[in-house]
Write a protein that binds this ligand. Structure first.
Ligand SMILES: Cc1ncc(COP(=O)(O)O)c(C=O)c1O
Length: 500
């Protein structure tokens, strides 16, 4: 197969045919200017002379002349077989990418570049390096090495080759119907969720499902119960929607409903993770579930059930959903394929109470018009052919093994004062570190050594009641776990923690 010569993007070049300056000089100046302003960067390919001539509607000769001069002066380099690119060794003055100061200095900028206060409260990516890297103890990471890639890629290839005309257009805003039917069947059977396909709304992961729910359910200033400690990304979605967050404590039975009622009876929404509380791992007790449902019914409030990883339970059979107990359609159930398949799939779903369907669909439409059809078709086929069920069964065994190794390694390496909690289900557990000054510093140090633990304190919206670390075990191979725990022990020892 012949290698394709890379062809670059055409830069903005304005040609004036009436100008006294010849065409080749105008093209030379424009390309040189694009390089000096950083619009064309070192290493970037430029369009072929034939393509540029066509785009500018000029003959090829002036383009060839301009390119020849830029090559001769070292602005461009030509590699046989791979086209012409901006030189990697430009003088400094040509590689500056500093923003051009327009309309005055910093103070003028501050005044005119105001952003909403709500976004200012969100932490930057740089402050949380552990959320964006793949490796030992990464939270929310799965066993990529055990994913049935061949099966998946066969379906992707088959589906791509046979794309119907309908697949090219905007899809159903609720989501691809066969996928919604498979999800509904799965939820009814495996999670005791009471639903039909016409109530399932596909979203881009639970995160977008939460965002749509926030848009539909709360007005700015409305009080919302969140779990304390809890999942920071759901907290942030509701904060962005302008909610007044009420941090309700979690105890060994899950969200403390009585405490919530005392703090703010009239909350609009309660967001809970009843099957496997994030991050403490508690399963909400039956009496708390009934109390929560009763509160919602009496108060006209909504419950968001974030059922993000309940497929994996290691000590007992899966626990029924809260939604399945609800006779009054007060629960909005949210699920995701991030843990059972992989997070970059970005497919989650909402089981919407029937009377809210119109609001949810209209809001989803206003948000992004729908999820990619091809991905949904592939997923529907993957589930329909039985690969999904098989994968969950295999992964349950694998994750159980990884979890057991992690629990054992932590217990043998660390001080008895450290407690391992929430290891009965899911893909992460929490290690409490009593007496530790800052779990945030430990997590930063760990990240610099390729261990991607999350500090427990960041799961609290107010002052942290406990310091500790959240450790994922989904993507860490069983054999690698003891060494990774020893490394963590070294970090704790260096920090003078009583944990080691
Ligand atoms: C509590 C909770 N909800 C939801 C998710 C998954 O989010 P998404 O479906 O957007 O990937 C996670 C992932 O770690 C989680 O911990």
């Amino acid at each position: 197969m012949s290698k394709r010569v890379a062809s670059g993007i055409v830069p903005v070049i304005r040609i004036d045919r009436n100008a006294a300056v010849p065409l080749h000089r105008q093209i030379y100046d424009a390309v040189r200017m694009a390089i000096s302003e950083g619009r064309l960067r070192p290493g970037q390919h430029i369009p072929s002379s034939r393509l540029l001539a066509k785009e500018l509607e000029v003959s090829r000769l002036p383009v060839l002349n301009a390119y020849a001069q830029l090559l001769a002066e070292g602005y461009l380099t030509a590699q046989i077989g791979s086209g012409t690119a901006v030189s990697g060794q430009l003088p400094d003055r040509f590689t500056s990418t500093a923003p051009v100061q327009k309309n005055g200095g910093a103070s003028a900028r501050e005044g005119s570049r105001k952003v909403a206060q709500r976004t200012a409260t969100l932490p930057s990516y740089r402050m949380m390096p552990w959320t964006r890297n793949w490796g030992a103890f990464g939270v929310g990471q799965v066993a990529a090495d055990s994913f049935p890639l061949q099966t998946w890629s066969n379906i992707v290839a088959r589906r791509s080759k046979n794309m119907s005309v309908r697949s090219f257009g905007y899809g159903d805003q609720m989501g691809y119907l066969p996928l919604r039917q498979s999800i509904a069947a799965y939820l009814r059977t495996a999670r005791s969720v009471s639903c039909d396909a016409d109530q399932i709304l596909i979203a881009s992961g639970s995160q977008q499902a939460l965002e749509i729910s926030a848009q539909v359910l709360v007005d700015p200033g409305d009080p919302v119960w969140i779990e304390e400690p809890g999942y920071r990304f759901s907290r942030e979605v509701f904060a962005l929607a302008g909610s007044r967050l009420v941090a309700v404590p979690v105890d060994d039975q899950g969200l403390n409903v009585s405490a919530g009622i005392k703090m703010c009876r009239r909350a609009r929404v309660a967001i809970v993770t009843p099957s496997h509380q994030f991050p403490l791992g508690v399963t909400m007790s039956a009496s708390r579930r009934l109390q929560l449902l009763q509160w919602a019914q009496q108060n006209g409030s909504w419950i968001i059930e974030d059922d993000y990883d309940s497929e994996y339970r290691y000590e007992s059979s899966p626990i029924s959903s809260l939604q399945g107990l609800d006779n009054n359609e007060r629960v909005i159930y949210i699920g995701t394929f991030s843990k059972v398949l992989f997070p970059s799939l970005r497919i989650g779903y909402i089981v919407v109470p029937r009377d809210l369907l119109g609001h949810f669909v209209a809001t989803r439409r206003a948000t992004d018009l729908g999820s990619p059809t091809l991905t949904q078709e592939v997923l529907a086929e993957f589930i329909g052919e039985g690969h999904f069920e098989r994968h969950i069964r295999r992964m349950r065994l694998l994750y159980k093994e990884r979890r057991s190794m992690l629990v054992e390694s932590l217990r043998t390496s660390l001080d008895a004062a450290c407690e391992v909690i929430g290891a009965e289900a899911g893909l992460h557990l929490t290690l409490t570190l009593p007496g530790l000054e800052s779990d945030y510093d430990i997590a930063l140090r760990a990240a610099s050594q390729n261990l991607w633990v999350w500090p427990l304190s960041t799961a609290y919206s107010g002052g942290a009641a406990r310091n500790g670390l959240i450790l994922g075990f989904g993507s860490t191979q069983t054999a690698d776990i003891p060494a990774a725990v020893r490394k963590l022990r070294g970090i704790l020892l260096n920090a003078g923690s009583s944990g080691a």
